[in-house]
Every structure is written in C-alpha cells, then in structure tokens.
Write a protein of this length. Structure first.
Length: 420
C-alpha cells in the first residue's frame, strides 16, 4: 500500500509541477533544514504567493504534500484517498491561487532518499545547510562522507539554470562546488560569496550581525533568534534572496522577519522569572554543541543545561555524548542529562571537574522536572535540548510560565504525541 501511495503522490506531483510551474526552493542538510525553510518563508512571504512544507514533512510521502497544498498527511486510507483526489483536481482544474513559489524540505534519512525525491522534485534553488562530522541519521550510513554524498544529490536534481546555495564552512558541503551548476556560498570564511563578518548573541532579545556581499557590509538584527546557528540561517536566506534577484539592501530588511521554529532555540518565559531556550525538537552533536555555546554567551544569573540523548548516532553515540559532557562544564553552572546515555554525559562532566552537586542524570524527561524546579531561580537561563525520542518538550512544558500557550509554542502537542 505504501508503494502504491508513493507512486500516486509522485505522478500527481509531476503533473502539478508541469501545470503550474512554481519556482521550487529545495532544502536539505543534516541540521537546520526546517529552520532554514521557515526562515525563507518568513523573510519572503510578503513578496510572492509562497507555500512551504508543513512541519517536517520531508520524506517520500511527506515531501510531495506541499504541492498538493496539504499541511498534514492522511491518518488512514480514506484521508489519503481524499488527498489523492485533491491532487487530481489540481491537475484537471486550474487553481488561480496556486503558489508561485514552493519551499520543499527534502530529507535524506537513509541512502537513496534524495535519489527518489530528486527524480520528480527539481528545485530552481537548492540549499545544503550542513553535514557535520557526525550527522543525524548517521547510523543508517557507513560514514559522514556517505551522508554528504547523499545530500549532494540535490545538486543533480537542481535545474541546469538554477542556483545551488552551499555552506562554505562545512568541509563536506564546501567540496560540492563544481562547474556544472551556478553556486553561491555562505559562511564565515572569506572565500564565501556571502560572508558572515560579525555575529553576536548577548541576550534572549535576539542577535545582531554583519553580512559582507560584493564589497558591501550590511548590518542586520534578528529579534528573538538566539545562537550562532542563526548566523548561518540568515546568510543562507540572504543567499536565496540575491539568487531571486532581490536587491541586497531589501534582503537585509527582510531578515528581521525571521523567527525561530518551535523547538529550535526558541526563547520562552519560564517559572520563577526565568528564561527557557527551547531546543527540544531534535538534537545532533553539531546542534547540541552550538546550543551549549549559545547558553555560555547569553546573559543570565545561572546557566542551566538540560541535555537529552542525541539519537541515531550508531557507533559514534558514546563518544559524542562524552564530548558533550566535557563541553558542558565550560558552558553551564548546572547540568541535567536525560535519557539512556545520560550516565555517559554525567560521568564525562564529573571527570572534567564539574562538582557532584551540579550534575544530575535521569532516564526519563519527567523524572528530571522536580530537581530542575528546585535549582532554578529568578534571572536564570535554562537550555533544554534533546532528540525527539527523549521528549524533552515535556520538561519545557513543566517549566514554562504560561503552559496554556503550549500548543502555540511547543513541538509535539497534538493528541498523537500526548498519547504516545
């Protein structure tokens, strides 16, 4: 049944694209896909009739749905039947309000994913955010190099007259440049086309920076965007903007519209006049390291890190959790490790010199809440970060000042996840 569904979604998507010819922006990478997609949408939504993939619908059956103008997958055969019928109607009858631009998030969770998606989704602009030394989903690949090779396939799928946007600071991504496509690179490296000249996060209020492009220094401010990851997001959005032919000064103005996606370093008011940095959507070594360094930089009375397991790392798991425990010592005053690898993080922090009464480990998210509540006080900043399977959003919910806003602000708040 799944294969039949995939076939129908693929064929109908091809027909929809042929009928409406939307400008397609494809986003892939091991980290930052969803945040980059959301940022592009936020920055340019007032310029065109634009649509984006909903949530993290980026797989064989999820990625096509944005072309069907659907926000969620079917829960049963009947709902999928209705989606297929809707797609057929889009092909048969002209939709005068069909999007001019579509932002498609394209996952490569396992080998062959981008071969499949790239066979019928042909971006006009493609973005590869980052791979990292130990990417998410690496347990399904032999190495980080193999992950990079899979991500690279989006370049082959990109239209010949299109543009490929690359992270020049990622050693795997920067090597993907060739003379077969038009490329624009971004990063701190002076060799990049779009150079991040300055970037700083001092408080929960946001981050400021300077982008240098074609000899022009362009300052910008990102309200509510916290951490170095947003430097790359801003630079990638800027790269997309100039690739679309928008004046660089106007692109810079659009950057202030960027907001963090739920669960991706979102600032939330917490109990006892604290601030929470909600990174509960997912976690990889690269994103967790970035989150801890952000916690170190922001102003706060005490810095408290709640670190959940980084899943799907395979043979790299134990060593990567040790590295995070070691790094945390220099970034926080208190460390709460959660999940099956929490003891590894705890032992690593203790061996690095963190005091016994400042480090805690718990198997489940719910078990950690009481001890965290005892620790926090007015003016503290609390980072909560973890992979989906650890469900660290439960900790965010327990610590947020206004839990009635959970559905608006937190990830995984629908009935399915609450019952799981």
């Amino acid at each position: 049944m799944k294969k039949i569904l995939e076939f129908l979604l693929k064929i109908i998507t091809i027909l929809i694209i042929r009928k409406y010819h939307p400008l397609i922006i494809g986003v892939t990478g091991s980290v930052g896909k969803t945040s980059t997609k959301e940022a592009i949408y936020s920055a340019f939504s007032d310029r065109k009739n634009i649509r984006k993939s909903s949530g993290n619908l980026n797989t064989e059956v999820g990625a096509p749905l944005v072309f069907f103008k659907e926000k969620k997958p079917g829960k049963n055969i009947f709902e999928w039947f209705l989606i297929i019928i809707k797609g057929i109607f889009l092909v048969i009858k002209k939709d005068k309000d069909y999007p001019e631009m579509i932002i498609s998030e394209m996952a490569a969770d396992k080998p062959g994913d981008l071969d499949y998606l790239g066979s019928f989704i042909k971006p006009n602009i493609s973005i590869i955010t980052a791979v990292g030394e130990v990417p998410v989903h690496v347990e399904f690949y032999k190495s980080a190099k193999e992950v990079a090779e899979e991500k690279r396939k989006i370049i082959d799928a990109t239209s010949k007259k299109g543009v490929v946007v690359l992270n020049n600071d990622d050693p795997y991504v920067s090597k993907m440049k060739s003379d077969k496509r038009n490329f624009i690179s971004f990063g701190y490296s002076k060799e990049a086309d779009v150079v991040i000249k300055e970037f700083e996060t001092k408080s929960i209020k946001g981050s400021s920076g300077v982008i240098s492009y074609k000899g022009q220094d362009l300052p910008f401010f990102l309200p509510f965007c916290i951490g170095d990851s947003f430097a790359y997001i801003a630079a990638s959005v800027f790269s997309v903007g100039v690739s679309l032919g928008i004046n660089p000064n106007n692109v810079i103005k659009s950057l202030k519209k960027i907001r963090p996606a739920r669960g991706r370093m979102c600032p939330i008011k917490g109990l006892k006049n604290t601030f929470l940095i909600d990174g509960s959507y997912n976690a990889s070594p690269l994103s967790t390291k970035s989150a801890l360094l952000t916690l170190k930089k922001v102003e706060g009375k005490k810095k408290i890190a709640v670190i959940g397991d980084m899943l799907e790392l395979g043979k790299y798991s134990a060593n990567e959790h040790r590295k995070i425990g070691k790094l945390a010592v220099d970034c926080c005053d208190y460390l709460f490790a959660v999940g099956g690898s929490s003891s590894i993080v705890e032992k690593s922090a203790l061996s690095e010199g963190m005091k016994r009464d400042k480090v805690f480990s718990f198997l489940k998210s719910g078990d950690a809440v009481e001890e965290i509540e005892k620790t926090i006080s007015s003016g503290d900043v609390v980072l909560i970060k973890g992979s989906q399977g650890v469900r660290t959003e439960k900790i965010v919910y327990a610590l947020m000042r206004d839990p009635e806003k959970a559905e608006e602000k937190l990830v995984r708040q629908d009935a399915y996840w609450k019952n799981k």
